[in-house]
Design a protein around this ligand. Structure first.
Ligand code: FES
Length: 177
C-alpha cells in the first residue's frame, strides 16, 4: 500500500480504512501501526483519523446506517426516517447495539439530493426512501438478508466495505489479485 504513493504519508487514508476493516474502528493499536509504518507521530495520525467522519473512534456495527438529515432530505422526510429508525433500533446518533449489528448516524449531505431522502448502509445508497421503506430495510438486515441497494454491486458488511475503501478488494484473496 505504501509503495503505491510517491510519498509514504499519502498511504495514511487507505491504511486507516484497512485498520477499520480489521478492527471495526480506528483503534489505538491501529494508530500506532500507521505511525510506525509511515514514519509519522501518533498525534499526526490521530489528527487525520479524528478529522474525517468515516473514521470511527468506537467499534462500528456490521451495518452502519446513515440517514441524511441535511436540507433536501429533511424537506422530504429525512428527519422522520431518522427518528423512526432511532426508535426501531433503540439507538441514538453514533451508537451501536450490544450485538454489534447496527450503528446509526445522522449524515450530512450524501451528494444524492436528486434522490432525497437518502439512506446509506455501509455507504451503499438506498434512494427515495420513506419511513416504511427504511423500516423494511433494517428489518430485512436484522433477519440476515442483504437487500440490494439502488446502485452498486450489493450490500457489504462494514468490514468488507472498509477493505474495498482501502483498495484491497473485498477479501484477502481478492486483494492479492
Ligand atoms: S441533502 Fe441529502 S443527499 Fe443531499
Amino acid at each position: 500500500m505504501v509503495a503505491r504513493y510517491p510519498k509514504s504519508r499519502s498511504a495514511l487514508l487507505p491504511m486507516l480504512h484497512l485498520v477499520q476493516s480489521e478492527e471495526g474502528y480506528v483503534s489505538a493499536d491501529g494508530v500506532a501501526l500507521c505511525a510506525e509504518v509511515l514514519g509519522l507521530t501518533k498525534a499526526e495520525v490521530g489528527a487525520v483519523a479524528t478529522f474525517y467522519t468515516m473514521y470511527k473512534r468506537r467499534p462500528c456495527g456490521d451495518y452502519l446506517v446513515s440517514v441524511c438529515t441535511n436540507l433536501s432530505c429533511t424537506l422530504r422526510g429525512g428527519q422522520e426516517i431518522y427518528d423512526r429508525l432511532s426508535e426501531r433500533l433503540g439507538l441514538g446518533h453514533d451508537e451501536t447495539d450490544a450485538e454489534g449489528r447496527f450503528t446509526l448516524e445522522h449524515a450530512e449531505c450524501l451528494a444524492a439530493c436528486d434522490y432525497a431522502p437518502v439512506v446509506t448502509v455501509n455507504y451503499e445508497f438506498y434512494d427515495d426512501m420513506t419511513v416504511t421503506k427504511a423500516e423494511a430495510l433494517v428489518d430485512a438486515i436484522a433477519r440476515g438478508e442483504r437487500p440490494a441497494p439502488t446502485r452498486g454491486d450489493g450490500l457489504p458488511t462494514f468490514r468488507e466495505i472498509e477493505r474495498q475503501l482501502a483498495g484491497m478488494g473485498t477479501t484477502p484473496e481478492a486483494g492479492e489479485r
